[in-house]
Each structure stands twice: as structure tokens, then as C-alpha cells.
Design a protein around this ligand. Structure first.
Ligand SMILES: *Cc1c(COP(=O)(O)O)cnc(C)c1O
Length: 232
């Protein structure tokens, strides 16, 4: 399958999911997750007009960032070690994995040096799986209160990863719970600006996530394929 046909198929599925749920296509943004593909493929993705790129590890992302900076918007979607903050902040436009105060402090300090603000998604472990990163749902409100101390961090929404299900429909309660959590948090008015964004949905389950209100879907395999690559 060619890159163009994959993008076209995803676009059709996305439009259908928007139609089914009465949403506007422009309210859902595709992030192309390029962690499984080469720099050349990532460049081709941007050429095809998908200009939001997601990566989960800095060593693998570096060559793509060098090749595409200025042409693409970069999303850091993997778990972020505090000692990697200096590599990532200032290069990635969005962080999707803010899940602890030590990380918030490190991001804030680095952003202060660079004199920037950093839009962040709070990662929430809705499913409660041990293997998954993220705050427990009940931890998010107190976490937002603590975040007020770090004015270089701009909390814009929530992110989650659903467990892999062979039947995507089974992920629906996870996505619905994330949306409800966002709406409940906004009722508390902890922040000046409401949390608008929901980063949820991957190759296997993005249509369900869109039906449940995703504003960003993070698509790897289904959109850009998967290539054999050297670790590097
Ligand atoms: C790899 C990854 C994705 C994309 O995975 P696919 O199933 O290939 O679409 C999305 N989000 C995160 C956090 C990832 O690590």
C-alpha cells in the first residue's frame, strides 16, 4: 500500500467517524507517529500535507527533527525522562506525557531559560493497567492545582492510551471517561483557560476515539506503515 492511499483511507475513515458523531473534521487533527519509519518516509508524510509529527524517543526523533524543523509541528508522545527535558523542550511544540510534578518542574525550568511557554497534555491512566504511564483520574485535579506554580507550562488537555483490544469498540468506555474527566475538571475552574483538547486514539481505535471527542489522534502504523529499521 502506498503512503498516499493510506492517508486517503484514514481520511475517509475520519470523515465517516465525524459524520456519525456530528463533529467537524477540522476539529480533529492527525498526528503522524513516525517512530516506526525512516527520515525519508517522515519527509514524504509532510510532503503529503500531514504536518504534525509525533515521536516517542529523542534519540530516534533527532534526525527527523533536523530534517523537518520549520516544516512540521512536533509532538512528544512518549514518556519523558527528566534528564531528557533539555533535548526536547524548545524543539517539540507539544508534550503529550506530562504525568508528574518533577517533570513539570524540569519543563518549567527549561522553558524559563528559553523564554517560552510549553503546551502540555496531562497523561491519564484511565484503564488502570500497571504497564501504563499516567496520573490516576482522581489525581488530575490536585495535579492541576500544583501546576499553577509553573507558569511556563500551559495545560491544554488530557491524553490517554487505551489497552489494545481486538475489538476497538471495547475501548469506548476509556475514551468516554477521559472526555468526562476533562469536562468535570473544567467545571472546577482551576485554570483560567478550560482544557479543550483530548489526545486519544491510535491506529487500532481512532474511529471510536473520534466518536468520543478526540481532538488529536496519534496514528502510526495505519497512516505511515512500519519499516524495518536499525535502532539509533
Ligand atoms: C506508537 C504510539 C502511537 C501510534 O501507534 P500506532 O498503533 O502505530 O498507531 C500513538 N501514541 C503513542 C503514545 C505511541 O507510543
Amino acid at each position: 500500500m502506498t503512503l498516499q492511499s493510506r492517508i486517503r483511507d484514514v481520511e475517509n475513515q475520519l470523515e465517516q467517524a465525524c459524520l456519525r458523531s456530528g463533529r467537524l473534521r477540522e476539529d480533529v487533527q492527525i498526528i503522524a507517529v513516525t517512530k516506526y519509519v525512516s527520515v525519508g518516509t517522515a519527509e514524504a508524510v509532510v510532503q503529503e500535507g500531514v504536518t504534525h509529527i509525533g515521536e516517542n524517543r529523542w534519540p530516534n526523533a533527532k534526525a527527523k527533527w533536523d530534517a523537518l524543523k520549520g516544516q512540521a509541528t512536533f509532538h512528544y508522545i512518549g514518556s519523558l525522562q527528566t534528564n531528557k527535558v533539555k533535548d526536547v523542550i524548545g524543539k517539540f511544540d507539544y508534550i503529550h506525557s506530562l504525568d508528574r510534578l518533577s517533570l513539570a518542574e524540569a519543563i518549567h525550568n527549561r522553558a524559563q531559560v528559553l523564554d517560552i511557554k510549553v503546551p502540555c497534555f496531562l497523561q491519564v491512566n484511565v484503564s488502570g493497567e500497571q504497564s501504563k504511564h499516567g496520573l490516576a483520574p482522581e489525581e488530575v485535579a490536585p495535579f492541576l492545582v500544583e501546576l499553577l506554580r509553573y507558569d511556563r507550562i500551559r495545560p491544554i488537555g488530557l491524553m490517554t492510551m487505551a489497552p489494545y483490544e481486538s475489538e476497538p469498540e471495547e475501548t469506548r468506555p476509556i475514551f468516554r471517561a477521559l472526555r468526562q474527566l476533562r469536562d468535570e475538571l473544567n467545571q472546577l475552574s482551576i485554570l483560567n483557560e478550560p482544557l479543550m483538547e483530548l489526545s486519544m486514539g491510535m491506529s487500532n481505535d481512532f474511529e471510536v476515539a473520534v466518536e468520543e471527542g478526540a481532538t488529536r489522534v496519534r496514528l502510526g502504523t495505519v497512516l505511515v506503515g512500519k519499516e524495518e529499521m536499525e535502532e539509533g
